[in-house]
Design a protein around this ligand. Structure first.
Ligand SMILES: [Zn+2]
Length: 435
């Protein structure tokens, strides 16, 4: 009995990381009626006193007519709150999660952990992501196919987390010195067109949903943006991905890799500061999505000691944030489509939607900012008929926030009270008192 009790406590502890309650599993035919005081449906309509009828993991109907509630349906009353579609974060690294283990820098924790431990720990970041109102992520790079394992565990209901679309290894150029002996290349390393083709095909064979390529330097506390892959290599990756019906996301910190990624036909461009007007115009023309990930450098600045970065990078990182924001401002003004990506890593999970605050700073209305994490992000995933809106046939991904996110985007960022993913309530703070 004692052992059982300990086990129960461990399980409960894991499921109540931030005290938001345990995961539930409604049956495939469970019918529920969720009432919202107001509902922004992502389809251009702002409802008053909306009732969302949910059956199993999908939305059956949206109405204001209480007579439309099927008999026997359970009612969830959120009429004090505003409803939104579950949000989509199109740039995460879910498996690069770290706990705040005392006294050990996050960089060191990562290199010390075996992959199975990493995936198990990552469930906490996954929960925090859900609690921020993010029910779907596009995860852009992991080692040893941990992302594929995590996606599948979540889809099987073995782990609680957002729906994941994953890339396996991102492609990057050789970045290690010669070592005597036989050294198989690390996953994702590819130089020249034939190797790029092989690496793309390997990720697809492993079960990747899309492809990621690093077309410039720049990561962590390194904010350089030197182009790495040339146009021919980038074009080969784009075409190979598209040939298999997969999309591609290309990383570039600087303008050169960005220019060639856009010209080669990438579906989304990640980070990209200092883009020239011609590249921005080309993005408008082609409908390329821009994912600027401005907030992740803010996170690095706030946490550099805990992560383990050496002092001295702050100046250049602050300057990079300014240029990143300025590029976003220019791109938004020109009419480029944006999608919200946090680049969440380490302990940043739960802060995924802070990026929306930067988008408003860059000139968007709160509604335009919400679109980057709903309808736009769904389009980038190729899932615009299932995700990013509250409408019949869509996944029952719903978020309740306290206040009016269309007047103040901080409401979406900081006032999430309740979250449903695929018909299951995954976070509920509506009964919390005294905060
Ligand atoms: Zn990233």
């Amino acid at each position: 009995m004692k052992r059982m009790n300990i086990l129960a406590a461990v399980v409960l502890g894991a499921w109540c990381v931030t005290g938001m309650g345990a995961q539930e599993k409604p049956g495939a035919k469970t019918v529920r009626a969720v009432r919202f005081g107001r509902l922004w449906d992502g389809k251009g309509k702002l409802w008053t006193n909306a009732i969302v009828i949910v059956e199993g993991d999908r939305i059956r109907n949206v109405t204001t007519d209480a007579a439309a509630i099927p008999t026997g349906a359970e009612t969830i009353d959120l009429s004090k709150y505003t409803g939104l579609p579950g949000l989509i974060d199109v740039h995460t690294h879910m498996t690069i999660y770290t706990d705040e283990t005392p006294g050990e820098p996050m960089l060191k924790q990562l290199t010390n952990n075996p992959p199975a431990v990493e995936v198990f720990l990552a469930r906490k970041g996954a929960l925090r992501t859900l609690e921020a109102g993010v029910t779907t992520v596009r995860d852009l790079g992991a080692d040893q196919y941990m992302d594929i394992a995590m996606r599948d565990l979540i889809n099987r209901g073995e782990m609680i987390g957002p729906r994941m679309f994953v890339v396996g290894y991102g492609l990057y150029i050789t970045n290690t010195p010669y070592k005597p002996g036989i050294n198989p290349p690390a996953g994702g390393i590819a130089d020249g067109v034939p190797e790029v083709l092989r690496a793309v095909r390997q990720q697809i064979a492993a079960g990747a949903d899309l492809i990621k390529m690093y077309a410039s330097t720049g990561t962590d506390d390194d904010v350089t943006g030197f182009q790495t892959y040339n146009f021919e290599e980038i074009k080969a990756a784009v075409d190979a991905a598209h040939k298999f019906g997969k999309k591609i996301a290309i990383h570039s910190y600087g303008p050169d890799g960005a220019r060639d990624a856009v010209r080669a036909g990438t579906d989304s461009l990640e980070h990209a500061t200092d883009m020239d007007d011609a590249t921005i115009q080309e993005m408008v023309k082609r409908g390329t999505f821009y994912v600027p990930t401005i907030d992740h450098n803010r996170y690095y600045l706030d946490n550099w000691q805990k992560i383990g970065y050496a002092n001295g990078f702050q100046e250049k990182t602050k300057a990079f944030i300014e240029r990143n924001l300025e590029t976003a401002r220019k791109a938004h003004k020109a009419g480029v489509k944006f999608a919200m990506g946090s680049d969440a890593i380490y302990t940043m999970f739960g802060q995924n939607t802070r990026e929306l605050g930067w988008f408003v700073k860059a000139g968007m209305t709160p509604e335009q900012a919400l679109r980057t994490a709903t309808t736009n992000a769904a389009e980038l995933l190729g899932k615009e008929k299932e995700l990013g809106a509250v409408a019949p046939g869509y996944f029952a991904d719903l978020v309740a926030v306290e206040g009016d996110p269309l007047a103040d985007i901080d409401v979406k960022i900081y006032k999430v009270k309740w979250v449903m993913k695929g018909g299951a309530v995954v976070a509920d703070k509506t009964k919390d008192r005294g905060h």
